[in-house]
Design a protein around this ligand. Structure first.
Ligand code: PMV
Length: 311
């Protein structure tokens, strides 16, 4: 019997979360430690089977509305509205931790459905379908999660601009990712920043512009293989994100712990208010030490990934 398969990796926002919604650039990298797979097989009714829910697609809980939407939209795009499937999703990406899991789920579903019908899925179609799902999941997404999880390369991303990949030109740097264990609240955080912006345009736009400037500095530092400057701008970005009220005590505590244990930079990543933080280390040994310290300080899980290509 015919089966369709699709995969997507998670992503990490290195710099530029939140300000990216306002047109400033952001840098995202694939998070290779985690991925999502979707399997599609014909069934007598439409069934969804995933970590949160197993049952009729028509009765999914509200937080899976975007999943339902992307399945329906992909089938419309494929001119297959009347086919019914069992759709099984398995994931090693922790959900709602700022790792782009909602976008990655959508990417893997679209890929699996197109694979089933043996129709090639253009990057434009994929992005279009995933962005529609993200609008439902996040409210007002910049599109960075959709873009980052549908490719395998680091991205310098600007909302509504053509995608620009760029080489992670760093020779010796490791990224530690630590999960607070608390669900991130991207939707609420994005909408709170929007309210703050309405109330106090002058101050909030200064923080947003500064985050954009720091992201451009990070890009420059990466192109010069200057990890110290990169670490420094990450630290500054965390302060700006705090001013936007998107950090919380747990994230701040992990950021401080990472710095105390030798990280050359540390900040929250993604939507914030929970979810994950990242730290930068100059060697694998240092990264292992920092990860252990983060665990002792209460991190729910940690990962280490080499940043960029070794020369
Ligand atoms: O929490 P995540 O991984 O979905 O990241 C969201 C990034 C934001 O900049 C906060 C929102 C967006 O749509 O760009």
């Amino acid at each position: 019997e015919k089966i369709g398969h699709g995969q997507a990796s998670g992503k990490i926002i290195l710099m530029g979360e939140h300000s990216v919604v306002y047109g400033e650039p952001a840098i995202a990298i694939p998070f290779q430690e985690t991925f999502i797979s979707t399997k599609v097989e014909p069934d007598s009714t439409m069934i969804l089977d995933c970590h949160y829910y197993s049952g009729a697609l028509s009765e999914v809980p509200p937080q899976l509305k975007s999943v339902k939407e992307v399945i329906n939209q992909a089938l419309i795009e494929l001119h297959q509205k009347n086919m019914t499937f069992k759709i099984t999703i398995t994931s090693t990406i922790p959900a709602e931790r700022g790792m782009g899991s909602s976008a990655a789920v959508a990417v893997s579903i679209v890929r699996a459905l197109f694979d089933y019908f043996e129709v090639p899925c253009s990057p434009e179609t994929l992005l279009h379908l995933v962005n529609r799902a993200e609008k439902i999941a996040h409210g007002n997404p910049s599109g960075i999660d959709a873009a980052a999880t549908s490719g395998n390369e680091p991205l310098f991303f600007i909302k509504n601009h053509p995608l620009e990949s760029f080489p992670m030109n760093v020779s010796n740097a490791f990224l530690i990712v630590a999960d607070t264990g608390i669900k991130g609240q991207t939707r609420a955080a994005v909408s709170d920043v929007a309210h703050l912006f309405e109330q106090n345009k002058k101050e909030i736009s200064q923080h947003i512009t500064e985050l954009g400037r720091l992201t451009k500095l990070a890009k420059q530092a990466i192109s010069k293989d200057d990890v110290h400057t990169l670490g420094n701008v990450m630290n500054q970005a965390h302060d700006q994100l705090k001013s936007l009220t998107v950090s919380n005590d747990q994230l701040d505590q992990l950021v401080i712990t990472a710095r105390e244990h030798g990280a050359i930079g540390a900040k929250l990543t993604g939507g914030g208010r929970g979810g994950c933080m990242i730290a930068l280390a100059e060697s694998k040994e240092q990264a292992v030490k920092i990860a252990a310290a983060l665990k002792s300080a209460g991190a729910f899980a940690t990962w280490i990934q080499s940043l960029g290509v070794k020369k």
